[in-house]
Write a protein that binds this ligand. Structure first.
Ligand code: DAT
Length: 174
């Protein structure tokens, strides 16, 4: 069965604004927020807690098994700091959120990240680790990089994605 609603991965380094963007989009589109951190915890698809990443060490096979039936139907915002585990056939768009160093530093500092963990995440952002991962795992036209430094960026990104969802749905259903 082809999807009648798209699946969108919202990815990026911790602190770039994935959760905030997904929560905003759940109010304005009929897509649901699928936070992989929450799935990992609630459905026990993990092998413990990684302090450095501030997240569960997910068991990728278990995660995919846990979400497959839902995600195949379409209509999900998949929120995770990795994207290459998801099969390309499930995904219609990959958004990679980006933040500049000083902004990200302040956000992670506000979360009381220890210095080493903060530095690791800053390095990953500067080195464009998540953007590279997305570009390696998905066709170029699926991957969109968006800046997420200010609340204007956040609003602009949300409205751009809403428009995209509307167009995708229109094209599929007409
Ligand atoms: P993530 O889910 O990627 O870890 P988040 O949505 O929890 O990030 O955001 C971390 C903090 O930064 C949170 O206090 C909201 C703020 N923030 C994120 N993106 C922002 C933006 N574009 N403008 C202003 N604040 C932002």
């Amino acid at each position: 069965m082809p999807r009648t609603k798209p699946n969108i991965i919202i990815t990026g380094t911790p602190g770039v604004g994935k959760t905030t963007l997904c929560e905003s989009l759940t109010g304005t589109t009929d897509l649901k927020h699928l936070a992989i951190n929450r799935v990992a915890k609630e459905r026990e698809c993990h092998a413990g807690w990684d302090d450095a990443l501030n997240s569960w060490v997910v068991d990728e096979d278990k995660i995919l098994d846990a979400i497959e039936n839902e995600v195949r139907q379409g209509g999900y915002l998949i929120d995770w700091h990795a994207c290459d585990l998801f099969p390309e056939s499930w995904i219609d768009l990959v958004i990679v959120l980006r933040s500049n160093s000083t902004t990200l530093y302040d956000r992670l500092k506000a979360r009381n990240y220890p210095e080493q963990k903060l530095q690791e995440n800053m390095d990953a952002e500067i080195m464009e680790v998540l953007l590279d991962e997305a570009r390696e795992a998905f066709q170029a036209e699926l991957v969109v990089e968006l800046q997420s430094n200010t609340s204007e960026d956040m609003e602009g990104n949300a409205s751009r994605i809403e428009t995209w969802v509307g167009q995708w749905t229109h094209e599929r259903c007409h």
